[in-house]
Design a protein around this ligand. Structure first.
Ligand SMILES: *[C@@H]1O[C@H](CO)[C@@H](O)[C@H](O)[C@H]1NC(C)=O
Ligand SMILES: *[C@@H]1O[C@H](CO)[C@@H](O)[C@H](O)[C@H]1NC(C)=O
Ligand SMILES: *[C@@H]1O[C@H](CO)[C@@H](O)[C@H](O)[C@H]1NC(C)=O
Ligand SMILES: *[C@@H]1O[C@H](CO)[C@@H](O)[C@H](O)[C@H]1NC(C)=O
Ligand SMILES: *[C@@H]1O[C@H](CO)[C@@H](O)[C@H](O)[C@H]1NC(C)=O
Ligand SMILES: *[C@@H]1O[C@H](CO)[C@@H](O)[C@H](O)[C@H]1NC(C)=O
Ligand SMILES: [Fe+2]
Length: 479
């Protein structure tokens, strides 16, 4: 069954997708939904061939028509509260205009002017990369915006988040390690058609995988920008840097880490007192989101460490009850791929995550799915030997969602036996949503690409750690 569904997805025709959904729903009715307190390795079986990169002439990479037409349009939050948006786009023929024209239904047309930049990478020269911040927007308002001039204007829209506050519902999408294969396209489509309707994406790193192409062919950063535009031009994606975004290639003279990533994907790090775009925080609705860098120094006295030590005490749970951390490399990962890579950072930061009652930590890196129980492993002090994770209701749930569908394929090999801290793990491509309902409840669901759009292959009601730190694991369901 799984195989048939995959084949029909790849063909991407509507009728076969409907057929696939019917098959999956049938399969669901037949399979038992497990209400889980213990843990599980999913027995869901799927094909494990390498996911194929979409060729350059694919529909998703099409260049918009017209001289110097803006392409790769993307937006992200532009300040700490959600009243500003950074609009970015690329023009290829000439620098063109840095102006964004925007308006809401009630308002007049306004203009914001930004900056243009370019960079070189080995023998690649980027197009003209524009970044314009629109500020002083109203909360919870739909804005239309236009980039480009004359005959090549392109119009998009976005909705600003509601005002930051304790009881504000908001739904985040979660995508990681996306890349640009047919599976990546299936993941993005599933996210777009998920009836839970994510309003902003928390992206946990590894964007384009351009670095897997000869000389890190940065043309693949451009194709990725065009591929994802259909979502990220309309809702902000909150960026986290992954290892495939480092683009460190001394063999071809490229020694500035994160050069393409930071030129293309600006973030509002300055607003949270960060000195680097690789770590920062934002508030959005009732959530406080902290983004960390697994690939920047994090030890004692380093810039990132100094920032996070000052940052965590600032989080006011009366204002933003939900505390979410994003980074690329997981602290808890029971797949053999990337096993223990996050361990040194865990030793540094886990005690603070527990102390400040982080609700959930989302990571990518491992190309599979895994959700932990609430556990911590902070008792160890070299001499006492207490080095096994224990149940801890002040600890975050750790979720690995590195299953966007890039060309490296799925991580299928798992450590055995399944460690007790791992609540559910499965090697399938997909995405998740984190739907905050109010101060105390959030509904989390993982959606695998083989299923119908509304199906959650793993789900749980999160209880806020600050207001309601009870054990909520009995609400977890998966199959
Ligand atoms: C860059 O160099 C590679 C070989 O080293 C070549 O195949 C490619 O066409 C070059 N690209 C450009 C834009 O010159
Ligand atoms: C990608 O997905 C979209 C939406 O489902 C579809 O229209 C498009 O044809 C797909 N492209 C490729 C190359 O699979
Ligand atoms: C960055 O933030 C600092 C204060 O945190 C401020 O003084 C400075 O002007 C900001 N710079 C920019 C470019 O916004
Ligand atoms: C925390 O947020 C609440 C609600 O916005 C506010 O009343 C309170 O003053 C804040 N506390 C601090 C220490 O800023
Ligand atoms: C799979 O994992 C086991 C450890 O559980 C390891 O010994 C083995 O080498 C791994 N196989 C592959 C193909 O990575
Ligand atoms: C918060 O949302 C949950 C789930 O929808 C609901 O059961 C609960 O009653 C809500 N709490 C309040 C105070 O409204
Ligand atoms: Fe990675």
């Amino acid at each position: 069954m799984a195989k048939m569904v995959l084949v029909s997805l790849a063909s991407a025709s509507t009728s076969s997708r409907v057929a696939a959904a019917i098959v999956v729903v049938l399969g669901l009715v037949l399979s038992l939904v497990v209400v889980c307190n213990g843990g599980k390795t999913s027995s869901f079986v799927r094909k494990v061939e390498k996911s194929e990169v979409m060729p350059l002439d694919s529909d998703v990479f099409k260049v918009p028509p017209g001289y110097n037409a803006p392409q790769q349009v993307h937006i992200t939050q532009g300040d700490q509260l959600g009243k500003a948006v950074i609009v970015s786009w690329v023009t290829v023929d000439e620098p063109g205009s840095n102006t964004v024209v925007y308006w809401s239904a009630k308002g007049i047309k306004e203009m914001a002017v930004g900056e243009v930049t370019t960079y070189k990478f080995y023998n690649y020269t980027s197009g003209y990369i524009h970044h314009t911040i629109i500020s002083n927007l109203n909360f919870d308002t739909k804005y239309h915006y236009v980039v480009g001039i004359d005959h090549t204007k392109r119009q998009f829209w976005f909705i600003t988040p509601p005002e930051v506050g304790p009881d504000v519902p908001y739904t985040f999408g979660l995508i990681g390690d996306l890349g640009q294969t047919y599976d990546s396209n299936a993941t993005l489509t599933h996210y777009e058609l998920n009836p839970q309707k994510g309003q902003a994406v928390l992206f946990v790193g590894d964007l384009s995988y351009a670095d897997l192409h000869p000389n890190h062919d940065n043309v693949r950063w451009d194709t990725w920008g065009r591929f994802t535009e259909r979502s990220v031009a309309y809702q902000p994606w909150i960026w986290t840097a992954g290892n495939h975004d480092i683009d460190f290639a001394p063999e071809i003279g490229e020694i500035e880490p994160f050069k393409p990533y930071t030129h293309r994907y600006p973030v509002p790090h300055n607003a949270s007192g960060s000195t680097s775009p690789l770590w920062y925080s934002i508030k959005r609705a009732s959530a406080y989101i902290i983004v960390l860098s697994s690939y920047s120094a994090y030890g004692k006295y380093t810039p990132q460490n100094r920032w996070i030590e000052e940052e965590l005490p600032k989080v006011n749970r009366s204002e933003t009850p939900w505390l979410i951390v994003l980074m690329h490399s997981p602290f808890y990962n029971s797949y053999t791929k990337h096993y223990m890579e996050g361990e040194t950072m865990r030793v540094m930061y886990e005690p603070s995550f527990v102390k400040y009652k982080v609700d959930v930590v989302f990571t990518g890196h491992v190309h599979a799915y895994e959700r932990s129980h609430r556990i911590s492993n902070v008792a160890y002090n070299i001499v006492n030997g207490n080095c096994i994770p224990v149940k801890d209701q002040s600890a975050p749930v750790y979720i690995t969602i590195g299953d966007g569908g890039n060309s490296e394929g799925l991580a299928t090999n798992m450590t055995e036996p399944r460690p007790a801290y791992s609540s559910f793990r499965e090697a399938s491509f997909g995405h998740a949503t984190f739907g905050i309902k109010n101060q105390t409840h959030a509904y989390y669901g993982w959606h695998r690409n083989q299923d119908g759009y509304p199906v959650t292959a793993d789900s749980m009601w999160f209880l806020n750690r600050y207001y309601n730190p009870d054990d909520e694991s009995t609400s977890a369901q998966h199959y």
